[in-house]
Design a protein around this ligand. Structure first.
Ligand code: CMX
Length: 137
């Protein structure tokens, strides 16, 4: 059902301030940036093997990431797991009593389909399901 970790999302106040650690000190390749208006975030991706680090900076005060930062401060916001069948994976999880946040997958960064499992049902770490639309990454 799940292939591998796609990325780890880290909430930060400023990508500009956080990026030098990942890019320059840790030496991770910068894969690109995106803005996901629906989620109220600007994101920046760094390659780590077949997985990525995703820095998340809020673009508006009412976004989930802004709320997270206000409540907890910077830190791990979610772990994303790649699947080739996001609807099937979400249905399976929901059948097992875990809250899936969206009835249908939504658009994420770089055109991926995304959905989330409620962190209160997943031992405190929010899990994201993600599916590529094409062979691109
Ligand atoms: N990880 C772990 N716990 C989290 C969390 C997260 N990412 N987000 C919220 N929580 C916890 C809070 O700490 C809080 O716990 P306590 O009550 O024990 O303090 C509880 O959940 C409720 O927090 P809240 O701030 O009141 O948040 P809401 O209930 O309004 O919303 C959630 C929580 C998960 C439904 C909402 O954040 C959501 O819809 N998330 C999915 C969308 C998202 O996160 N988008 C950003 C990423 C986009 C991307 O990667 O492209």
């Amino acid at each position: 059902m799940l292939k591998h970790i796609d990325h780890i999302g880290i909430a930060v106040h400023s990508i500009e301030e956080a990026a030098p650690l990942y890019r320059d000190v840790l030496g991770l390749e910068h894969l690109g940036d995106d803005v996901v208006e629906e989620q109220g975030v600007r994101v920046s991706f760094y390659k780590l093997g077949e997985a990525k680090i995703e820095l998340l900076e809020p673009t508006r005060e009412d976004s989930a990431v802004a709320k997270f930062l206000a409540r907890k401060g910077p830190g791990v916001h979610h772990v994303a797991m790649r699947t080739e069948d996001i609807k099937g994976a979400a249905a399976h999880v929901a059948d097992n009593g875990i809250r899936v946040l969206y009835p249908e997958p939504r658009d994420g960064a770089h055109g991926k389909l995304i959905n989330f499992l409620h962190p209160k049902d997943t031992h405190g770490v929010m899990l994201e399901l993600t599916q590529r639309r094409t062979d691109g990454d």
